[in-house]
Design a protein around this ligand. Structure first.
Ligand code: ARG
Length: 582
């Protein structure tokens, strides 16, 4: 049990003994460690419902705390209860974490089946930096949720069916370069797409030709299907290469096309159930007016001072199906085949009205028990504060972004690394570059836009991946100097303030990690790791390890070991592998 859990259980015990009925209590880390380590506002909350004096109630609660509570307790302010963990309880917890393969983190008591829908680029269209955010956030969430004991299904819902195939097929038949296609499939497919997209903007007859290619594909034309299959195979191969570089993987690649056969019957069913109806030749889902507050109804929009319909289209007037239709079919599938308890979509915030509608439809088709979340994120900006673009004004391609990051990392490595061989330096630069991209992404609140500043991201100073690498290498370095690995000993004593501060933080790992999933915010973990690193450096400067002896040395070695293990595990959960040397 974490220290917070031990306090909560002691507090609940006290409340239950006072009030009879089972009462649960929560404690939070204290805002200011001068007044204690944790605090609870339970007395204040209960005093309000019971109409009694909160300070008097707090005194009663404290008097009824069980004797095995790991802390001292006192009343503060209007009726807070402040807890200060007993020193021997900190050492016991540190030893328990240091000897545990999971660093004291216990699996959740009620594991959920969570489908993580992330990355999901569109085949034969650019996989741009917007997809990078989805890929990195989704990967990290899946690692954390899996580590905490949930059953995780990582599904890459690629856009492998849609208007872009009309364009690519048209270009394929006109300007394909086989040699380029084999050498760099993603680039050649992108060229084909861009060519047709530009041409159809300039010339309506080409737009029509592209549309006809799409219709032929959808009707099952053999030649167009063969082209589509090759596009898909080549794209997947190209994507796999990028995922491999990023160390990202999936359990399924059920792209949009996997649901093709289910769309027509689904639309029929929704019509039969009166959930969808005809409108100007198309089939749409309108508001069912079950939400009384119009501002919260995703099927209404305010136009010229009035609420008007904002329907979700599920079949176009030409008979084609929509992105939304596929997404409804996908939820049905994930419920039926996987019994999903939750589906988390890591997708750009610009799709939020789509997801609000989709989640409402899920309730209407009785799939409202699934925890459906749109894990939205903002935009990546260039150093000019505008959405990131290449010099030519295009959306930057993910592979190029990674290459640029690695090039920037090389200069950090050349200036600062102590590694001798070129090979080691190249490997370190590769790791720093990719880790810097990941860490910067995860360190920001996902809803905020952030500036993509390569020089800063690969710097050793600041809240960066290389700073954490350096912290890890420093905490491990002590064992290299001693020429032995860490050996757990029971005799430790936290005498210095810097030791206590570091120990307090290290004990919190198991408390912090689960909170990342409350609102799908990996930046809670990055903040925590940065705090650990800062506390570690303060400790390391204040408390010599090699020159210390006996209990003092054993204590400090234990803190070095647990710092290293926490940073390694924490970074691993962000999809980042720390280097042993740098
Ligand atoms: N392919 C879509 C895009 O690039 C993202 C798909 C997200 N997943 C989903 N189930 N809608 O915008």
């Amino acid at each position: 049990m974490t220290l917070a859990q031990q306090l909560e259980s002691a507090l609940s015990h006290s409340l239950t003994s006072l009030f009879g009925e089972r009462t649960t209590a929560t404690v939070t880390p204290a805002a200011d460690s001068r007044f204690g380590d944790y605090q609870s506002n339970s007395a204040m909350v209960l005093a309000k419902t019971r109409k009694t004096n909160p300070r008097a109630l707090a005194a009663e609660i404290i008097a009824a705390l069980p004797s095995d509570i790991p802390a001292t307790a006192e009343i503060a302010g209007p009726g807070f209860i402040n807890f200060r963990i007993l020193p021997e309880k900190y050492t016991a917890r540190i030893l328990a974490c240091a000897s545990s393969p999971t660093l004291g983190i216990e699996p959740v008591t009620e594991p959920q089946t969570i489908v993580l829908d992330y990355s999901a680029p569109n085949v034969a269209k650019p996989m741009h930096v917007g997809h990078i955010r989805s890929t990195i956030i989704g990967d990290s969430l899946s690692r954390i949720a899996r580590f905490l004991g949930h059953r995780i299904i990582r599904d890459n819902h690629i856009g492998d069916w849609g208007t872009q195939f009309g364009m690519v097929t048209w270009s394929w038949k006109n300007i394909l370069n086989e040699e380029n296609l084999l050498a760099n499939p993603l680039a050649e497919l992108l060229r084909l797409y861009r060519h047709a997209s530009d041409a159809s903007k300039a010339d309506d007859s080409i737009r029509e030709a592209c549309r006809l290619e799409l219709v032929k594909l959808q009707q099952g034309d053999a030649e167009n299907l063969a082209i589509w299959h090759r596009c898909l195979d080549l794209s997947k191969k190209g994507l796999q290469e990028i995922y491999h570089r990023l160390d990202v993987s999936f359990d399924f690649w059920l792209g949009e096309s996997s649901y093709n056969d289910e769309l027509a019957p689904l639309v029929e069913k929704l019509v039969a159930q009166n959930i969808a109806r005809e409108s100007d030749g198309a089939i749409c889902i309108f508001s069912d007016h079950s939400i009384t507050d119009a501002t919260k109804d995703p099927f209404l929009i305010r136009k010229d001072g009035e609420w008007t319909d904002f329907p979700m289209m599920i079949r176009k007037s030409d008979g084609g199906f929509n992105y939304a239709t596929t997404d409804i079919a996908t939820i049905v599938y994930r419920d039926r085949e996987w019994q999903a308890d939750a589906i988390w979509y890591v997708v750009d915030h610009r799709q939020s009205s789509h997801f609000q509608q989709l989640f409402h439809v899920a309730q209407r088709i009785e799939l409202g028990h699934i925890d459906l979340r749109h894990v939205a994120f903002g935009t990546i900006l260039g150093t000019d504060g505008k959405p990131l673009k290449t010099r030519a004004g295009d959306l930057p391609q993910l592979a190029d972004v990674l290459d640029d990051a690695i090039a920037a990392a090389r200069s950090t490595v050349n200036e600062r690394s102590r590694l001798e061989t070129d090979e080691e330096r190249a490997a370190l630069a590769e790791n720093i570059g990719i880790s810097a991209v990941k860490f910067t992404e995860l360190a920001h609140h996902r809803m905020s836009d952030y500036v993509f500043d390569l020089a800063q991201m690969v710097s050793l100073e600041g809240d960066t991946a290389p700073y954490l690498f350096y912290s890890y290498v420093r905490s491990r370095g002590i064992f290299r100097k001693l020429e032995r690995e860490f050996i757990l000993g029971q005799d430790i004593f936290l005498s210095e303030e810097a030791e206590q501060n570091l120990a307090r933080l290290l004990c919190r790992f198991a408390e912090v990690l689960p909170t990342v999933l409350d609102d799908c915010r990996p930046n809670i973990l990055t903040n925590y790791l940065l705090e650990v690193a800062r506390a570690f450096h303060s400790f390391f400067e204040a408390c010599p390890v090699l020159k210390a002896e006996g209990v003092a040395q054993q204590t400090r070695l234990t803190l070095c070991h647990l710092t290293a293990a926490t940073l390694e595990k924490g970074m691993g959960l962000l999809g980042i592998q720390v280097p042993e040397r740098m």
